[in-house]
Every structure is written in C-alpha cells, then in structure tokens.
Design a protein around this ligand. Structure first.
Ligand code: GDP
Ligand code: IMO
Ligand code: MG
Length: 463
C-alpha cells in the first residue's frame, strides 16, 4: 500500500505563524473532521472513540438523536445519539454544536446513561460536556408533524427515524425555531410554545386529522427540561476557537453520512442537515482554515436504512449473510439495514465533496466468508460507462453497476491489530479500495471493539 502521499499540508510550518500567535510553530496541528462516507452507520462511533485518545475535544456538528453511534469497550456496549463519543475518554471534552437539533429529553436520557455507566460527563460541574446556546430545539410538534406526514396517504415516504429532525430543521430555516438560548428564557419559551402549538396543531389537524397537543403541558415539561440542561449550555463557538488558540486538538464528529447530506446526498432520500465536511464549519463556528484534515469512514461494503436508491444492493443470500455477520440492524430504530457491495463511484464522489484525505475501512471481518467480492467500479447508464452520480433521483433507476470481482480471503480477520498479519487477499482488497477511491487508508477495523483496530503507521504518525 502506498502511504507516502500528500502529508506536507498537515504540518505546522505550512501555516503562517501570525495566524495563531499562541501556537508553537513546532506543534503538530491536528483538528480533523471525521464523517460517514456512505449512507450512515459506517462505524463512526467506534472510530471516534478509538481516535479520541489523541484529541482534547470532540464536537458534534449536525443531526440529532437520529444518529446511533455504537462504542464497544472491552465487551461493554454503549450507544450514543447526541453526545459525542469522545466523552467516553476521561479528559476528552464533548461539545454539541450549533448545527445540531437537540431534543432536551433525549439529551438528558443520554446524560443519565453516562451517569449509570459511571462516567463523569453526566455532571455539568465536571466541565466535560457542553451544549451550544445556538443549537435548535426539537419539540413534540416536530415529531407529531413528521409522523403524520410519513404515514399520510399519497405522500413520499422517506423512512425517517421519526425523531422530528426534518421539521425542526424546517423551522430553523424558516426562522421560526426555538434555540437553546430561548429555551432557557421562561417567558419567551411560553410565548413560543403557545404560538407554535396554535400554528402546528391547526396545520396538522387540517392536513392529517391529528389530535392537538396541549401547550400548557408542553410549557411545564420543557421548563423542567430547560432547568436541567442549563448548566451544560454555553457559547461553544468561543469555547472551540479558544481551545484551538491554546493549541488543543478538536475532532469534529459527523453524524449520518455524505450520501444523506441535504445538498449532496440522494435527495429527497436524505436527512435534513449538512452531514458533509462543510457542516463542521457552519455547525460549530470554527472556520475552514482551522481544520487540518478530513477522515471518511466507509464500510468494506455498503448499507442503507430507509428508502432511496442503492445501485449495488444485494437481494440474494449473500446480502443476508452480510446482514447476519455484520449485525446490520439500526442502532436507533432496530430496522434491518439494506446491504450491498462497495460502490467506488459513490465513494469517489463522497471523497470529492468532503475533501477526504484519509479513509477508515470498517467491518472488514464481516467479509471473511465471501469467496468472491464484487466491487462496483463504474455505472453503465444508457449503454455508456460513467462514474458521475446522477443528480436526478430517477437517473438511479437506469444504473447498471459495472463490477470488478476480487477474490475473497476466506479466513478470519476478526480482531487482527497489525496490518502485516492480514491475509494477502485482504491486503489486496484494501489496496484496490485505496487506489480506486483516491484517498489513503489510515485505519482498518476488524471488529466492533475498541481494540479490534489496525492503525496504519503513516496515519498514526500524523496524529
Ligand atoms: P455509526 O452510526 O457510524 O457510529 O455506526 P453504528 O454504530 O450505527 O453501526 C455500526 C455497527 O458496526 C455497530 O454495531 C458497531 O459496533 C459495528 N462495528 C463497527 N466497526 C466494526 C467492525 O470493524 N467489525 C464489525 N464486525 N462490527 C463493527
Ligand atoms: P448515524 O449517525 C443511517 C436516515 C433515515 C432515513 C433518512 C432521513 O447513526 O450514521 P431522518 O430521521 O434523519 O429525517 O431520516 O436518513 N438516517 C440514517 N441512516 N444512520 C444514521 O445516522 C441516520 N440518520 C438518519 O433512516 O432514511
Ligand atoms: Mg448509526
């Protein structure tokens, strides 16, 4: 594998000294965005946890509790939805950025989960977990409207997680949303809930015949929740920029995946936020010049939950085998994930729109029993081969994937921690993915546990 390309842009000396006078010129800079390169569930949670050892802060920048990030530490499983996975490391701070839509009850449930697991992040006095005062709040009418719209006859079903994510972002863009800072202002909260309930109840009843929500009860519930989250709330833009000034390292934790991005994904079968690397900037208030690298997480194959196009989907027994071996069931909704072969055109597209320099390939062990591994290297559309992703969702229907079939390694790779110990055919697969995708492979994951990980030396040296 060629690990000798493109590192010079990541060293400290390539940035003018005057840019941040407090930073020692010899210090390595390593703020990084880590994101899903596919349709989500690539194993970001595990990888963020593994890499967070090297970072002072992990900041979530988009989405909400539609995400489900699984971390397994010495056999103990924890699924986080809103709280960045970095907080599982003592001393690593977690920040929920302004780009996130926050369900206060879901947040407090997660805090309780950390408390039950004996982790300090549950205690705001520990100064380990922070919530942006500019994040938008998800309220019960967001869920009500989404549920009604998703199940209404004649409407396009997206297969959402039904957490109210889309309607909360709609209100944000409509300049009609409630931000965390407003949640903490009692009289503003009361007025907002009264007005919003009047409007949403009327719309939902007229369109879907939905029973109205009670604003009085909602105000009481959310006042209580506001009190509990208040100690976590701060100006996270300042916190993050000051941390960078002080030479600290930040990992920006993506949720969902590039192909679920509201602009660049397979619209309309997407989520409602900017899950791509650009979202890290708008979703935290840290400028692009302060982010050093982008790390994309991809499975060795592809999965998708919910509706939408999927050119390399496998509908035979091999798909079942991958689902069973990979435990491909949604971490949030428990829905079976659709499985398919690795799709290079989509991976290249993802790498391009994110500026991905490094790839992490997860779930290699899941393919241990595949005698042959087809990889899609191009699309045949109307008889012509291309790797351009159609913008028009209907264009996906005419895609015939062009496959290159590689030989499977047919031996266990589970738990391997050294690259040299991988079977040659598994190395060949990784070489193929690296060469075809154009991004360097920095980490290979060989099992769900934190320790079942291979760090490639050049990547390790970078961090
Ligand atoms: P995320 O949303 O990207 O954080 O991913 P999820 O947690 O939703 O789904 C990934 C699933 O794959 C989880 O059950 C992980 O425990 C599991 N996982 C992660 N990496 C590996 C791996 O290398 N091998 C196997 N077998 N499972 C993995
Ligand atoms: P993580 O962070 C996989 C999918 C839903 C649906 C679409 C829109 O765990 O990778 P939404 O509720 O966001 O409006 O649903 O997006 N989706 C995900 N799929 N992983 C996720 O997050 C997802 N978050 C949303 O299944 O198709
Ligand atoms: Mg997930």
């Amino acid at each position: 594998m060629n690990h000798g390309r493109g590192l010079s842009c990541l060293t400290a000396h390539s940035h003018p000294k005057s840019f941040r006078s407090t930073l020692l010129s010899t210090q390595k800079r390593k703020s990084a965005v880590i994101l899903g390169a596919q349709w989500g569930d690539e194993g970001k949670g595990k990888i963020v946890d593994v890499l967070s050892e090297k970072f002072d802060i992990v900041a979530r920048y988009a989405g909400g509790h539609n995400a489900g990030h699984t971390v397994i530490i010495h056999g103990k499983k924890i699924v986080l939805q809103l709280i960045p996975c970095g907080v599982l490391r003592p001393g690593c701070k977690g920040v929920i950025g302004n780009g996130v839509v926050l369900d206060p009850a879901a947040f407090l449930n997660e805090v309780k989960k950390l408390q039950d697991a004996g982790l300090p992040a549950h205690d705001p006095k520990a100064g380990q977990l922070f919530v942006s005062n500019r994040a938008q709040v998800i309220l019960p009418y967001h869920r009500m409207i989404e549920l009604a719209a998703e199940t209404a006859p004649g409407r396009q079903t997206i297969g959402t997680t039904r957490r109210g994510i889309g309607p909360a972002y709609e209100d944000k863009v409509h300049r009609n949303g409630l931000r965390v800072v407003d949640l903490l202002n009692s009289s503003l909260l009361r007025t907002h809930i009264n007005n919003a309930c009047h409007e949403k109840n009327t719309i939902a009843h007229a369109l879907f015949g939905t029973e109205p929500l009670d604003p009085k009860q909602m105000y009481e519930d959310y006042s209580r929740l506001a009190e509990q989250i208040a100690p976590f709330v701060t100006d996270t833009e300042y916190l993050l920029n000051k941390a960078l000034d002080a030479g600290q390292n930040i990992m920006f934790e993506g949720a969902q995946g590039a192909l679920l991005d509201i602009d660049h994904g397979t619209y309309p079968f997407v989520t409602s936020s900017s899950s791509t690397a650009g979202g890290a900037v708008t979703g935290t208030g840290v400028g692009p010049t302060r982010i050093d690298t982008v790390i994309g997480v991809t499975k060795a194959y592809v999965t998708r939950v919910g509706e939408g196009p999927f050119p390399t989907e496998i509908s035979d027994a091999t798909g079942e085998l991958l689902r069973a071996r990979g435990q491909e069931y949604g971490a949030v909704t428990g829905r079976p994930r659709r499985c398919g072969w690795l799709d290079i055109p989509l991976l290249r597209y993802s790498n391009a729109i994110n500026g991905t320099e490094w790839l992490v390939v997860t779930k290699m062990d899941v393919m241990d029993e595949c005698a042959e591994i087809p990889v899609c290297t191009g699309y045949k559309i109307d008889g012509k081969v291309t790797d351009i992703i159609p913008a028009d969702i209907r264009g996906f229907e005419s895609i015939v994937p062009v496959y290159t079939t590689l030989k499977g390694w047919m031996t266990s790779t589970e738990g391997i921690t050294e690259y040299d110990k991988l079977p040659q055919l598994a190395k060949d697969y990784m070489d193929f993915v690296q060469d075809q995708s154009g991004a360097k492979i920095g980490v290979i994951s060989t099992g769900p546990d934190r320790v079942q990980t291979i760090n490639l030396p050049e990547f390790e040296a970078l961090l």
